[in-house]
Structure formats: structure tokens, C-alpha cells
Ligand binder design. Structure first.
Ligand code: ADP
Length: 162
């Protein structure tokens, strides 16, 4: 049984994240999506809301036992060790992601040698997408229906009082 964890802020989950989850599911038996509270990033959604949105978005694709969503605040490698996961999934969109991701991957491997970071490239149509740009477009009333699942679109509109 090969378990991977997919950590992130997911504020909120986008179609880019879903693309990565879909690809990871083809490689691993189980994917645990970990929502980091990340107060330093002043998230728009609470961690509980972000978990709810991910669960709803995943129910749209598949109500699968291979997927789980959890909140976690500590070191990702501690979570990996607890769950005997030997892979951390991260998305790579552009060179600009690379330096930070390389550093994280090497630090995590140093902290827990059993874990490897696996980078997955999303479909080209998602390489420009991140949660920040989605929130920015939505805050000005722009159409985000191509960027996020319907449940996220609805919740963002509510957040911005539209
Ligand atoms: P973090 O704060 O950990 O970067 P994010 O929610 O922004 O959390 O991203 C979580 C992971 O998902 C990261 O590996 C990021 O590169 C990846 N990711 C985010 N958006 C996309 C996208 N559009 N395509 C592919 N991967 C993505």
C-alpha cells in the first residue's frame, strides 16, 4: 500500500490542485490531503472551510476511499512518519516554484530520510493558476468558473458579498 501526502494551504482549492490530485491517484493507493492552517498567510477561508471545500470538490470527482482530507499544523515529515507515508506530492508550475520547492524537499529528506518529494506538473492550462489570483479576480467580481470547482465559486462569491 503506497500512501502519499499532499500538503498545502488550499485557500481555496483550485482546478490546478484537483489536476495534481487526479495525477497522484494514478501513482499511489492512498492520498492524504493535508490542509495547513498557515495563519501567517492570512487565509481568506478558515482551515475548517478549506477542508469542507476540498471534500465537496472531491465528492464531485469521486467519493473514493483512496482520498482523505485532514488538518495539520506541525512538520509535514512528522505527519508522514505517523502515517507511514513515503511520498510528499507537490505541484510544479514554473521555474519560479522550483527554488523554494527544492529547498523544502531537501530539508524534508534531511529530517526524515524515508520520505521523497514527488513533483507533478499540471496540465498546461493550469500553470498560471494559483489560489491568490483566483481570490483577486473574484474580489473584483470577475468570472472564476474556469478556475475552481462550482462549490468554491459559490463560497468565494459569498465571502466577497456577491
Ligand atoms: P502552499 O502554501 O503550501 O504553497 P498551495 O495551496 O498554494 O499551498 O499549494 C499547494 C501545492 O499545490 C503546491 O505544491 C503548489 O505548487 C501546488 N499547486 C498550486 N496551484 C497549482 C496549479 N495550478 N497547478 C499545479 N500545482 C499547483
Amino acid at each position: 500500500m503506497k500512501t502519499a501526502i499532499y500538503p498545502g494551504t488550499f485557500d481555496p482549492i483550485t482546478n490546478g490542485h484537483l489536476d495534481i490530485i487526479d495525477r497522484a491517484l494514478r501513482l499511489f493507493d492512498k492520498i492524504i490531503i493535508i490542509v495547513a492552517r498557515n495563519p501567517a498567510k492570512s487565509p481568506l477561508f478558515t482551515a475548517e472551510e478549506r477542508v469542507f471545500l476540498i471534500e465537496q470538490a472531491l465528492a464531485d470527482i469521486k467519493g473514493d476511499a483512496a482520498l482523505a482530507v485532514e488538518m495539520f499544523d506541525g512538520l509535514i515529515v512528522d505527519f508522514a512518519r505517523q502515517r507511514k507515508a513515503n511520498a510528499i506530492i507537490r505541484g510544479l508550475r514554473a521555474i519560479s516554484d522550483f527554488e523554494y520547492e527544492l529547498q523544502m524537499a531537501l530539508v524534508n529528506r534531511r529530517l526524515y530520510a524515508e520520505v521523497s518529494t514527488v513533483f507533478l506538473m499540471p496540465h498546461e492550462k493550469y500553470t498560471y493558476l494559483n489560489s491568490t489570483i483566483v481570490k483577486e479576480v473574484a474580489s473584483f467580481g470577475g468570472d472564476i468558473s474556469n478556475f475552481v470547482p462550482p462549490v468554491v465559486e459559490l463560497m468565494i462569491k459569498k465571502k466577497f458579498g456577491r
